[in-house]
Write a protein that binds this ligand. Structure first.
Ligand code: UDP
Length: 234
């Protein structure tokens, strides 16, 4: 597969066209941003961890019947993926209160939720990715009713599979964000699942093993990413 022109460069990844219109190549960078780009930095080795860890998780999900964009890992930082059209929504699932949820509802971080929550944010940097509800998604034509139903059910199913997977490696899956894409008329899991997009707490100590170490200047960022990668690789 040949890399062609760069189609897109985001905060953490570059996307390239290939000589086959059905596929893209994504390349993961070490650049990190937080708070809608206000905070910038690099996390050494992050691109390798996110690429390889995401692929391990996507293979596990595929084995459980969840279609993903994953085609083939090319190298430490590069993966061939299906050329999906990203639905411009961040789909967030939570098991434990943290981050914006804790702030919005005045709930202490770490409170186990009585049921998982499902939230959507509209992907729009200029607007700061505002939260959006089902009827607003339909009203703006961001997704169809059927797509919305599929995405919600898929997100909760993925949560169940990830929660079990992480609990087996001593990790509490607090919350995560996924992005879905359209491919040949189907909704498939795209983007990445990594310490950039999930909150992972050690099950014994509640030590944070994710991007909150960068967001909140807690130190030990690289070590946390490495630790998570070692656990999923075992
Ligand atoms: N998240 C993400 N990208 C975003 C916003 C959130 O990957 O642009 C992830 C974040 O890492 C966390 C979950 O979604 O695992 C919930 O994030 P939250 O809404 O609490 O926002 P935050 O506190 O991170 O601003």
């Amino acid at each position: 597969m040949q890399k062609r022109e760069r189609l897109y460069e985001g905060k953490a990844k570059k996307v390239y066209a290939t000589d086959d219109a059905r596929f893209y190549i994504i390349e993961y960078k070490d650049d990190a941003t937080a708070f809608n780009g206000e905070k910038k930095g690099t996390i050494a080795g992050k691109g390798v961890v996110n690429n390889r860890m995401s692929n391990i998780l996507f293979r596990m999900l595929e084995a459980n019947g969840v279609e993903t964009h994953l085609v083939e890992e090319l190298s430490d930082r590069e993966t061939v993926v299906k050329a999906v059209e990203i639905v411009p929504l961040e789909v967030i699932v939570r098991n434990v209160a943290a981050g914006s949820f804790s702030k919005r509802f005045g709930v202490e971080e770490g409170r186990e939720l009585e049921a998982p929550t499902l939230e959507y944010c509209l992907k729009d940097d200029a607007l700061g990715d505002p939260m959006i509800n089902d009827s607003q998604i339909l009203a703006l034509g961001v997704a169809t009713e059927e797509e919305l139903r599929t995405m919600g059910a898929l997100a909760l199913r993925i949560n169940g599979l990830l929660k079990d997977y992480f609990s087996r490696i001593g990790v509490r899956l607090v919350d995560f964000k996924i992005e879905l894409g359209r491919y040949e008329g189907r909704i498939v899991l795209a983007d990445e699942i990594s310490p950039d997009t999930c909150r992972f707490w050690d099950a014994e100590t509640n030590r944070k093993l994710d991007k909150d170490r960068f967001r909140r200047d807690l130190g030990g960022v690289e070590d946390a990413y490495r630790e998570m990668f070692e656990r999923v690789s075992r």
